[in-house]
Design a protein around this ligand. Structure first.
Ligand SMILES: C[S@@+](CC[C@H](N)C(=O)[O-])C[C@H]1O[C@@H](n2cnc3c(N)ncnc32)[C@H](O)[C@@H]1O
Length: 205
């Protein structure tokens, strides 16, 4: 068995219990339909380098690394979560494909985007910051590269233009601004899927 299929086999075996534990502990990890869309878009992009903003315990990171064979740079600000992620990647045997960074995405995205070119960017951290992450990564995204963003409908509150409840206002307003940006037909070919919490796939033109 090749190293890649060996890892894929291990990931398939370990994944269900790992995902179930995350849900039990209320650690947000990508949901099943969105994971399918994520892996499908990443494989189609033919990327050799991925940036993931928001690692949590490294569930989606492992899938991205195994299914694409690309190098994955991933950012998380919670040290305990990142430690669990690193242990999981070791168990899967995919740690050699993953560079993980502990810290605030606002700073790390700017730093990594200045140092690398990306074929695929998965935005999955602070929902009020998607629009800023997009601005920061855009110059480093290859032509034909993909930005994939999860939770873009945010509890359904982002749809339409109703004035949002006070406690969700910043996220909703900023997410609408993000959706306007990825709707720019001169810059992106974008599809927004109404699965789970809303998922956007944007190809850079
Ligand atoms: C939805 S989870 C990521 C889930 C992961 N992509 C998956 O599907 O397995 C979002 C993560 O982003 C992290 N996060 C939120 N704001 C951040 C920031 N400003 N900088 C770095 N990480 C951040 C949170 O701690 C959380 O673990």
């Amino acid at each position: 068995m090749s190293a890649l299929s060996d890892r894929a086999e291990r990931l398939r075996k370990l994944s269900p219990a790992y995902e179930a534990a995350a849900r039990e502990e209320h650690i947000p990890v990508i949901r099943p339909e969105s994971l399918k869309l994520l892996l499908d878009a990443a494989k189609k992009s033919g990327c050799s380098r991925v940036l993931e903003i928001g690692t949590a315990i490294g569930f989606s990171t492992a899938w991205l690394a195994v299914e694409t064979g690309a190098v994955v740079d991933t950012i998380e600000r919670d040290g305990e979560r990142l430690e669990r992620a690193r242990a999981f990647w070791k168990e899967v045997g995919t740690e050699d494909r993953i560079n993980s960074y502990l810290g605030d995405a606002d700073e790390l995205v700017v730093k990594l985007a200045a140092e690398n070119r990306y074929g695929f960017v998965f935005i999955d951290a602070a929902k009020s910051r998607y629009s800023d992450y997009l601005d920061a990564v855009y110059p480093s995204l290859e032509k034909g590269g993909v930005v994939f963003a999860d939770n873009v409908y945010y509890l359904g509150l982002v749809k339409g233009d109703a004035y949002p409840p006070h406690k969700h206002r910043t996220i909703v307003m900023n997410m609408r601004s993000f959706l306007r940006k990825i709707g720019d037909k001169e810059k992106f070919d974008t599809t927004v899927y109404d699965t789970e919490d809303g998922t956007a796939v944007c190809v850079k033109l």
